[in-house]
Write a protein that binds this ligand. Structure first.
Ligand code: ADP
Ligand code: MG
Length: 212
């Protein structure tokens, strides 16, 4: 794969790593950060403060790779906390920011900074998540990666939320709440319920016909 990382002219760039939960977005973000650090480039990593699943400040992958990060409660804070010497900015869970993150990322890239973003492309209903659609459009490079379906082992592009009390788009959780699923098994539980409801209805109809 062509490495977009080095430019003698310090061109800024925007990279997005997207996909469902457990697809390795954070691992990939950490891998790119480490390579930039090996190249002795000053890197700053940010994450939304709302994501405190594993750690208040560190970015941590499901496989326990970890990287020190700065939690921010909004995108403007990224600009406020930026050092002059920073050459690479990494933002994990970028879907949790509002649309102002697009302006911030655009500004950073214009300043010659390489911006690496990782985030969910879809929410648990399969709808595009927050600022992701625009971010994908403005990016120089997009990598959409897949997890493994927990039902059948196929490549998975969807994040399935286990039955829960809330229908809110944002519900921070782990494998207690979420599973990676392929397209076929994304509505698995719902389909099962539908089939059960249908067979009960069918049975009812048969019984009432017998009674007549
Ligand atoms: P993401 O940031 O996309 O949620 P992470 O980078 O944090 O993903 O974690 C990826 C790691 O999660 C994998 O390397 C693997 O060890 C683990 N994992 C757990 N469940 C799955 C799954 N269903 N499919 C793929 N990887 C999984
Ligand atoms: Mg992650």
């Amino acid at each position: 794969m062509v490495s977009p990382h080095f430019s003698p002219f310090l061109n800024g760039s925007i990279e997005v790593v997207c996909g469902p939960m457990f697809s390795g977005k954070t691992e990939e973000l950490i891998r790119r950060v480490r390579r930039a650090q090996i190249a002795r480039q000053k890197v700053q990593i940010f994450k939304p403060a709302i994501d405190n699943r594993y750690h208040e400040s560190d970015v941590v992958s499901h496989s326990s790779l970890t990287c020190e990060a700065t939690p921010v409660s909004n995108a403007i804070e990224i600009l406020q906390k930026l050092f002059d010497s920073t050459r690479v900015v990494a933002i994990d869970e970028v879907q949790f920011f509002d649309s102002s993150v697009l302006k911030v990322i655009g500004k950073l890239a214009k300043r010659g900074i390489r911006v690496i973003c990782a985030g969910l492309d879809q929410d648990y209903t399969g709808a595009p998540f927050g600022p992701i659609p625009e971010l994908l459009a403005m990016a120089d490079r997009v990598d959409k990666i897949q997890a493994i379906c927990t039902v059948c082992g196929s490549p998975a592009s969807k994040t399935f939320r286990k039955p829960s009390d809330t229908k809110d788009q944002v519900l921070v959780g782990e494998s207690d709440l979420y599973e990676a699923r392929c397209r076929t098994h994304f509505d698995y539980e719902e389909e099962e319920k539908d089939q059960l409801a249908f067979s009960l209805l069918f049975k009812d109809q048969e019984q009432s016909q017998e009674l007549r």
